[in-house]
Design a protein around this ligand. Structure first.
Ligand code: AP5
Length: 218
């Protein structure tokens, strides 16, 4: 099963993506994690992406399409993937469709995360992430230890208020139209498109996971 997680910054895509990948036994691909790893390693891709990411802007489509293509071709992805934040513009949605078709696959489900903007801003201002495995935490200060891998918790530069505002704007202007793109091609519209599943992504994390699994019939 190939599942795309679509939703604004801070909606819980990373949190739920990790859990869904564990429960469904699927590989997770998160373009944000791939890019942050490239920045840490100082690769050319990382050096090019860093300025966009720090400002809270989207990195260019061709960079994302390259990551998508490479990751999806890996053998561990053959039985399905959880795609976290991999599509944020219409050209990326078209690109994903093309890459999957070349591999003889298709997108099965789009999970549409919904959370009020005030809640998103509050979540991002109190978030830290593990600098090693990228697990997000809420309310634990930088410098604490990751309970999963022993890495150190850090604050993301793009969780500063200015960058958060830019990310919200990028979501509204560039990513929200992607929802409509999928809606027009959804299952039942005669286009063999993906099933759209709305996710009310507030409340206890475990309950959200269980609700999503139920909606997926698992
Ligand atoms: P990325 O890392 O993907 O950032 P994002 O989409 O802005 O999403 P976040 O990681 O901020 O939030 P999330 O929805 O994963 O929520 P999380 O689970 O962490 O991308 C970063 C940057 O990379 C982009 O800005 C762009 O520059 C670039 N990029 C990446 N992909 C790209 C693409 N396809 N095209 C172009 N550029 C791209 O949760 C947030 C917080 O809330 C955490 O603290 C968590 O513990 C907490 N939380 C989670 N669930 C709950 C809950 N139910 N209740 C209370 N708190 C909760």
């Amino acid at each position: 099963m190939n599942i795309l997680l679509l939703g604004p910054p801070g909606a819980g895509k990373g949190t739920q993506g990790e859990r869904l990948a564990d429960r469904l036994g699927l590989r997770k691909i998160a373009t944000g994690d791939v890019l942050r790893a490239a920045v840490r390693e100082g690769t050319e891709q990382g050096r090019n992406a860093k300025a966009y990411m720090d400002r809270g802007e989207l990195v260019p489509d061709e960079v994302i399409l390259g990551i998508m293509k490479e990751a999806l071709a890996e053998p561990e992805c053959a039985r399905g993937v959880i795609l976290d934040g991999v599509v944020r513009t219409v050209p990326q949605a078209e690109g994903l469709q093309r890459v999957l078709a070349e591999l003889g696959r298709k997108l099965d489900v789009v999970l549409l995360f919904d959370v009020e903007e005030d809640e998103l801003v509050s979540r991002l201002s109190s978030r830290t992430i593990c600098d090693s495995c990228q697990t997000p935490y809420s309310g634990l200060p930088p410098g604490e230890t990751c309970e999963k891998c022993g890495g150190t918790l850090v604050r993301r530069k793009d969780d500063e208020p200015n960058a958060v505002r830019t990310r919200m704007r990028a979501y509204r202007d560039q990513t929200a139209p992607v929802v409509e793109w999928y809606r027009q091609r959804a299952e039942g519209s005669g286009t063999n498109g993906a099933r759209l599943v709305p996710v009310k992504a507030t409340g206890p994390v475990d309950e959200i996971t269980e609700r999503v699994l139920r909606d997926l019939g698992r």
